[in-house]
Write a new protein. Structure first.
Length: 133
C-alpha cells in the first residue's frame, strides 16, 4: 500500500502535504536505422526523469507555497523521495537528484474542491537510487 511517501524539496520536508506523487523515468530513443534495414532500429539516448506531485496547498511559512514560489526560475536544487517513510532500506529506496521547478500551479479550483497545487520537478542532473543512507 502506498500511503507514507517522504518528499523533501530544497531541504524542506513537504511529505505531510503530498496528496499524490509519480516519478516517471524514460530514455530518449534515437533512430539508428540504415539503408537495407527492414525494421526501425533504436538506440538509447539521454535519460530523462521528473517528479510530478500534487500537494495540498498551504501558504504558511516553511510549507508548500513558501518553499516552491521562490524556486520558479531558480537554479537547480536538491530533492529526495522515498516511497514508504523516512527510513532508507532495501524495501524503501531513496531517490535523490538535482531538479528545477518546471511548473507550479499555486492556486485554482472550484467551490468545494480541495485546494491543491500540481507541480512538476524536471531533471537537472542524474537521479540516484540508494538503499542505505
Amino acid at each position: 500500500m502506498f500511503y507514507d511517501a517522504y518528499f523533501m524539496v530544497n531541504g524542506v520536508d513537504l511529505s505531510n502535504r503530498v496528496e499524490s506523487i509519480e516519478v516517471p523515468q524514460e530514455v530518449e530513443m534515437l533512430i539508428a536505422t540504415c539503408m537495407g534495414d527492414e525494421t526501425e532500429v533504436n538506440e538509447p539516448g539521454l535519460l530523462k526523469w521528473s517528479i510530478d506531485v500534487t500537494f495540498r496547498q498551504d501558504y504558511a511559512a516553511d510549507k508548500v507555497d513558501a518553499t516552491l514560489e521562490p524556486l520558479l526560475g531558480a537554479v537547480a536544487f536538491p530533492i529526495i523521495f522515498k516511497p514508504a517513510g523516512a527510513t532508507t532500506g532495501v524495501t524503501n529506496p531513496k531517490l535523490t537528484g538535482s531538479a528545477v521547478l518546471a511548473s507550479y500551479k499555486s492556486a485554482g479550483g472550484t467551490v468545494g474542491d480541495q485546494h491543491v497545487a500540481p507541480v512538476r520537478f524536471a531533471s537537472a542532473g542524474k537521479l540516484t537510487r540508494a538503499v542505505a543512507d
